[in-house]
Structure formats: C-alpha cells, structure tokens
Design a protein around this ligand. Sequence first.
Ligand code: CAA
Length: 295
Amino acid sequence: AKKPAGVPEAAPKPIGQVGVVGAGLMASQLALVFAQHLQVPVVLTDIEQQRVDKGLSYIEQQVSKQVDKGRMTAEQGQALTGLISGSTDKSVYAEADFVIEAVFEEISVKKQVFAELEEIISPEAILATNTSSLSVTEMAADLKHPERVIGFHFFNPVAVMPLVEIARTPQTAQTPIATAFDLAATLRKTPVLTKDSTAFVVNRVLLRMMAEIQKAFDDGTDAAVADEALKPLGLPMSPFDLLAMVGIPVAQHVTESLRSSFGERFYVSKNLQALIDAGVTKIWSTDDSGNKYIS
Ligand code: CAA
C-alpha cells in the first residue's frame, strides 16, 4: 500500500494499553474503537463516577448493537467491553503507552489535564489530544516533554467517519508521529498529517459552511427549509441535523474558537446562542403535521 505523506522513518511505539481522558460522547467512542481494533486494555477516566458510568453504559449499548447486527458474537462483545474500564483516578494511566484526551474544549482545562498526566504516565508514553479547534502547541507549551504531544483528531461518529487529522507541533518528535500513523492504520482510519493550525483542515472548511448557514438562520431562513434546499448538494448529513448530532453548545464553542483565530468569517449564531441560554438541548421540534422546526 502507498505510504501516506509525511510518515517519518521512526519505528512506531508498540501500544499495550491506551488511556482515554474524559467519558463524554467523543471519549466513549474513542475508547471503543481503540479497544475494538487494538484489542488492548483501555482505561477511561472522568471527574465524577456518574460520568464514567454514563460513558461505560454508552459503550455497552454500542457493543450490544453490534452483537444484535450479527457483527460479533455475544462472547466477543463481552470480551470487548471487558477490555474497557473506568475510573475517577488518573493514576490508572501509569501503565498506558498512549493517552488521548477528549475533555471539555477549553485550553486551560486541557493544559491542566496534560500537566496532571505528565506526573503519572511513563516517560515514554505518548500524549494525544482530540481537540478540534485549540492549539496543540499551546497545550504542550508548559510541559517538561512537549515533544511527545500530538494532535489526533477524530470525527463524530468515530466508528464510521474514516478520517483522522494528525497534527504535529513544531516540537513533536518523530516517534509520536510514526505511532499515530500506525495507530490510525490499525483503527482502519485514513490519516492525514496537518500543521497545528486552528481547526486543522476539515473543521476550518466545515465550520465556514456551517457559519454561513447559521447566519442565514439568524437572518430568518427556516432551518428545515435550509436543510431541504441543501439536500441536492449531496452532503452526508444536512447542516442542522449535523448541528443536532454534534450538539449546539459544542458547535458554538468551536465556532467561537475559530472566530477568535480567524475573525468575522466565522459567525456565531445569536439564535442558537439564545437556545443554549434557554437551556434547550434538543434542536428539532415536530409540529402536528410532522414537520420539523426549530423553536
Ligand atoms: N454513532 C455510532 N454509529 C453511528 C452513528 C452514531 N451517532 N450514526 C450512524 N452510525 C452508524 C450506523 O450504525 C451504521 O453502522 P452499520 O453500517 O454498522 O450499520 C453506519 O453508521 C451508517 O449509518 P446509516 O446507514 O444510518 O446512515 P448514513 O448513511 O446516513 O451515515 C453518517 C451516517 C456516517 C453519520 C453520515 O450521515 C455522515 O457522514 N454525516 C456527517 C458526519 C460529520 O460530518 N461528522 C463530522 C462532524 S464535526 C465533528 O466531528 C466534531 C468536531 O470536530 C467539532
């Protein structure tokens, strides 16, 4: 097979255990794909046991779906969930070779997580971030070993989206890059090596489109009409359905990051912000005739 561009000659690090920081939607999906394709123990943590339990139960549901679809036997499903354990104590990462964080998309939170991890993980372990919009370089800046930090950005839903963006900072060493490429291949993803620049490549483009659609929404365009009108473009998912899947608060937060890096062309919707402020979590409502609308 053709080697993807940018793979260094360095040998990838063998991965015997993976750590996932966070137990939210992205983190839980990451834990599952790592366990499924690497067949190694995966440890996941969050700050509260309730969140850990929620993540683990999401994983169990996803595995049951695969069993129900006949993709694996019940025994294989059990063996898979058996590889994944959860904790509120980060010391579980002591044995991990590769730790990826998928915590709240806030630079101070991510820096704090990396600083804590550095005290726990082995000197050779690789630290990865699933950030979609923050600076990996800044995340690594105050660490003793910034050379082991790499961006490893997946897309939602992780199980089916084929791409991972591998983001290298000016300080990232060759081994983490080679390991990230090797891991991507094992996870059956298509890796691309990007510069550490806000939102890498995909979200920079995707969010620009989403910003324009949100601006049209604020200008009075009906969301369901916009989705319908854009269908012939052949997008895999209509824009407002995508927003509903990603979650409006996450989407707004990422757009704000892009706005602070790139300015006005990333538009933060006032109408969607009003929904967040009103505590609305479900984007679509349905009227008596079954038509979808955003209230
Ligand atoms: N979680 C897990 N699996 C899911 C899923 C989900 N939320 N949604 C769909 N799937 C699975 C289905 O179970 C199905 O799997 P099987 O083949 O094993 O049965 C498979 O995906 C295909 O699903 P469907 O046939 O129902 O649907 P589809 O053909 O419409 O494809 C899709 C679904 C792949 C999600 C497609 O709609 C798509 O590509 N949407 C765009 C997604 C996208 O743009 N993601 C990026 C978002 S930005 C981001 O990730 C966050 C960020 O960085 C800020």
